[in-house]
Ligand binder design. Structure first.
Ligand SMILES: Cc1ncc(COP(=O)(O)O)c(C=O)c1O
Length: 371
């Protein structure tokens, strides 16, 4: 029995080592670390992948959310609607621009925000809606855009780079159809950098121009500032690494889907385990392979004993976080999100997993349930 981590970045790095080190050396040799040709090239590649005219490199997925909200003029007194079952940044960003965060419960099948719950929660002062493409599967963006009407939609696609959804017979990429899409290149994402990184994608010339300005202290001409922005740029080293890795993205995501399908078949007869539900319109990139299980904490302990990595994304619904107590939500406000926090567990699904490792994970899960 060998230990199996939840994610094996070494396994991804080893075969690409020469190309990656060459990309890093290229930037070092140029001594051009901020902006420049590497960032421009990567932005063009990502815009082409997502199918949008504009991709703006940023310092993280968190900053992507922040500048997206700023570019839409969202601030004090505004309401921003989002899911309570997501990584913290999705709700931290609207808080940090001074808006009030309003949550709407999730669809228990996909874990993504429920369109019906959005429709019921929209108020006259709702200024933005942030659905999240959780675990690599797109939220139903066309239905959400319909429910939103004139309210801008920021699709938090941090976990869904390269995911797609068939809408009216046509594939739409994660981030493509929303007012603004936000991406993260955190190392554990399907396209991960060697440090922090993020991006905004949009169809809008106006929004892209504003975000390009916001990422350099609100001014396009050095030392002249139309507004107050941030230092939120993607750096050239990250862009070079990400460009070098990007050619493998489709292959990696396909391998994750294959691993997920293998697990699904192996767990199909277990009453205590519910395998991930992917909306038939979606092609997931399985940033996580997340089960709903009985006796979750017991299973996690059992996997730990067998040196198999697992994680609980997420153990506490955001409306119950101490920092959001001021919003006034009580336990029971979002039953599906709360139930998910008690039942979910994510297993290793990375593309480099060997057959024997997949089988080891399967045996460990099955043995916990006495099978
Ligand atoms: C759904 C979601 N939103 C936002 C973020 C923030 O991205 P970053 O870590 O690049 O700031 C992440 C990931 O970390 C995420 O998973």
């Amino acid at each position: 029995m060998a230990s199996i981590p939840l994610l094996d970045l070494q396994g991804q790095y080893r075969p690409l080592r020469d190309e990656l080190l060459a990309a890093i050396a290229r930037v070092c040799d140029s001594q051009h670390f901020i902006g420049g040709p590497e960032v421009d090239a990567f932005e063009r590649e990502m815009a082409a992948l997502v199918g949008v005219p504009h991709a703006v490199g940023l310092s993280s997925g968190t900053d992507a959310l922040l500048v997206a909200l700023m570019a839409l003029g969202v601030g004090a007194g505004d309401l921003v609607l989002t899911t309570p079952f997501t990584f913290f940044a999705t709700a931290g960003a609207p808080h940090n621009v001074g808006a009030k965060v309003v949550f709407a419960d999730i669809d228990p099948d996909t874990f993504n925000i429920s369109t019906e719950a959005i429709a019921a929660a929209i108020k006259p002062s709702t200024r933005a809606i942030i659905p999240v493409d959780l675990f690599g599967q797109m939220a139903p963006i066309e239905a959400i855009m319909d429910a939103a009407g004139d309210i801008p939609v920021i699709e938090d696609a941090a976990q869904a780079i390269g995911a797609r959804r068939k809408i009216d017979g046509k594939w739409v990429m994660a981030g493509e159809a929303a007012t603004i899409g936000t991406l993260s290149f955190f190392p554990s994402k399907n396209l991960g950098g060697y440090g922090d990184g993020g991006m905004v994608v949009t169809q809008s010339d106006e929004i892209a121009t504003r975000i390009r300005r916001l990422r350099v202290h609100g001014g396009m001409k050095t030392y002249y500032h139309e507004e107050v922005g941030y230092n939120s740029r993607l750096d050239a080293l990250q862009a070079a690494v990400l460009s070098a890795k990007m050619v493998n993205l489709a292959m990696w995501s396909a391998a994750r889907r294959k691993n997920a399908a293998y697990y699904n078949a192996a767990f199909a007869d277990l009453d205590d385990v519910r395998t991930p539900t992917v909306d038939p319109a979606n092609e997931s990139i399985y940033n996580q392979y997340t089960l709903r299980v009985a006796k979750r904490d017991g299973l996690q302990g059992h996997l730990r004993d067998k040196e198999i990595g697992s994680a609980v994304y997420y153990p506490l619904s955001l409306h119950l976080q101490p920092c959001f107590e001021y919003l006034g939500y009580k336990r029971g406000a979002f039953p599906e999100s709360e139930r998910a926090t008690q039942e979910v567990i994510s297993l290793p699904v990375y593309p480099e997993l060997k057959q024997s490792q997949l089988d080891e994970v399967i045996d460990a899960v099955r043995s916990f349930y006495g099978r």
